[in-house]
Design a protein around this ligand. Sequence first.
Ligand SMILES: O=c1nc[nH]c2c1ncn2[C@H]1C[C@H](O)[C@@H](COP(=O)(O)OP(=O)(O)OP(=O)(O)O)O1
Ligand SMILES: [Mg+2]
Length: 204
Amino acid sequence: MKEIIIATKNPGKAKEFKKIFDPYGIQVKTLLDFPNAPDIEETGKTFRENAILKAEGIAKLLQRPVIADDSGLTIDALDGRPGVYSARYAGENKNDNDNIEKVLHEMKDVPFEDRTAQFRCTIAVTIPEEQTFTVEGVCNGIILTAKRGTNGFGYDPIFYYPDKGKTFAELDPEEKNTISHRGRAIQKLKRWFTEELVRDGGNG
Ligand SMILES: O=c1nc[nH]c2c1ncn2[C@H]1C[C@H](O)[C@@H](COP(=O)(O)OP(=O)(O)OP(=O)(O)O)O1
Ligand SMILES: [Mg+2]
């Protein structure tokens, strides 16, 4: 079986990658399987810079092809915040719920029509001694005034997707993967992981 390393410590992301790669017979390992993996500092100003930092940092250590995902929420009424700070918006030791509460508080006076937002994901792929490339995915939605649903992770309970009439936390995992920023970015990698990965770096 082919195997790919995803340079993430986020269990929600790990689950989504596993579900998407499983039908292709590709086994996903994440940094949750490598407890000694270092924390790569996300010092970049863009999702792309941070995704590259994580993919190249871990590929260098493991000397194997590595994928990294840097993602987050950009809210128009907040001038694009939380953006690259999405994971630490309420502070370094805060959790998903604290981040949601901070966003809801900052948006308490913003009317429905101005609550537009985007989930954004950049995926970087590093092949050691060869190259790094990136793909991106975006998903448009609206920030609700209270949480709805219990699936997913992160900001999913307040991200409403009008086409489905549901928040991301109300969607089934499969349904989320077909429309999400991450699912869309992974779609763009499909040729790479169905052809190239199998040919020359899969460690299968
Ligand atoms: O589908 C999503 N549904 C809800 N929230 C999401 C999603 N995708 C990203 N997000 C939020 C979670 C976190 O607040 C930030 C990602 O930050 P980001 O640095 O990329 O990930 P992370 O620090 O959680 O794990 P890691 O860096 O080890 O991959 O955006
Ligand atoms: Mg992170």
